[in-house]
Design a protein around this ligand. Structure first.
Ligand code: AMP
Ligand code: MG
Length: 338
């Protein structure tokens, strides 16, 4: 018998368990499953009642759309219409992988999946279990990240249980979310391709594949109504206060040392996110490493009762753009060291 935690089934990754998970999805239930980015909380994308349950379980605002996950290229036409050639090209280049394409929503997909928008985001995850689950459940799966709204995204089944125990039907046990940050969301419904959320596929690689400039939405503070609705909320946040220090490396180091001393003197517990205080050499951590440990480090520091998390700016190249985006959203304060 599978283990059960307060009503939430804990399933293993073996074929029989994944089949059981698919049955739960087919019957209108919610299953948290691993992907290469973060854990997803899935429901059948054509089942409006099940999709409504996702919002409820997460405490997710009704205007924050989900992403539809495919296991097969042919499923793209089941969820989107008027698909541009660029979408097929990018799907060929990056799927399965951490790239969500925003396209026009097909009629049979309930509006609730995309929070009432005429568009949908869709991707094919690069994860054996996720693909098997979607295939066996017989229809694409709508899924946001499997965390309580506002919390750091889960990269282990333990994080899912921390947040959603008893609120969802099942979790497939795994620790294989290797990318560690969410997918890149790329809008293809306008004249120019626009990144609505930076993520696991870099802007540089999208530009190489498309042979044209890819724009980034919401970089300017004047952009008060972001096109990617989820991006307006404070997000990815640990319970601790997170201070992000930007600026030149040597000045950052001095500011961080001063901050650490001040808080330690006050008797507060201080944690360091992407560097060691003795060296402040975050340039030695690759953006890939930083991404893959970002959320689990935040959660670990919360468990350790840390009051203040100090984080250092990293270069916005490659996955660094996604890491900086998450750090800025998680921060209670951004300090420019000059
Ligand atoms: P999550 O999987 O929890 O990261 O949530 C999915 C995110 O994808 C949302 O918060 C949005 O930022 C983005 N997204 C999903 N669908 C759309 C859409 N139709 N248009 C724009 N952004 C979308
Ligand atoms: Mg999320």
């Amino acid at each position: 018998m599978p283990l059960s935690v307060k009503g939430t089934l804990l399933l293993n990754e073996d074929p029989r368990s994944v089949k059981k998970a698919a049955k739960i999805i087919k019957n209108g239930g919610l299953v948290a499953f691993p992907t290469e980015t973060v854990y997803g909380l899935g429901a059948a994308a054509n089942d409006a009642a099940a999709v409504a349950r996702i919002y409820k379980a997460k405490g997710r605002p009704a205007d924050n759309p989900l992403i539809i996950h495919l296991s097969d290229f042919d499923q793209l036409k089941m969820v989107a219409r008027d698909i541009p050639d660029k979408a097929f090209h990018l799907a060929n280049c990056f799927w399965p992988g951490p790239l969500s394409l925003v396209l026009f929503r097909a009629e049979k997909i309930p509006a609730l999946v995309s929070a009432g928008l005429a568009s949908i985001a869709v991707r094919m995850p690069d994860h054996r279990i996720a693909l098997e689950l979607i295939r066996l459940s017989g229809f694409p799966i709508a899924a946001p990240s499997a965390n309580r709204s506002g919390r750091p995204s889960p990269t282990s089944y333990r994080h899912v249980i921390e947040d959603l125990n008893g609120r969802i039907d099942a979790v497939i046990k795994s620790n294989t979310c290797t990318v560690g940050v969410e997918s890149t969301v790329l809008d293809l419904t306008r004249d120019k391709p626009v990144i609505l959320r930076p993520g696991g596929v870099s802007k540089e690689n999208l530009e190489l594949a498309l042979g044209e400039t890819v724009f980034i939405s919401g970089l300017s503070k004047k952009d008060a109504t972001p096109r990617s609705p989820g991006m307006k909320y404070r997000h990815y946040s640990p319970d601790a206060r997170l201070i992000l220090v930007t600026g030149s490396q040597s000045r950052r180091y001095n500011v961080i040392k001063a901050l650490a001393n001040r808080y330690l003197k006050l008797g507060l517990k201080v944690g360091y996110l992407n560097f060691k205080l003795e060296s402040s050499l975050n340039s030695r951590i690759s953006p890939e490493q930083m991404a893959s440990t970002l959320y689990s480090s935040m959660r670990r520091m919360d468990q350790q009762g840390i009051d203040i998390i100090l984080a250092e700016e990293i270069s916005p190249e490659g996955l660094g753009l996604a890491v900086m985006n998450r750090l800025k959203k998680a921060a209670t304060r951004i300090l420019h060291a000059g």
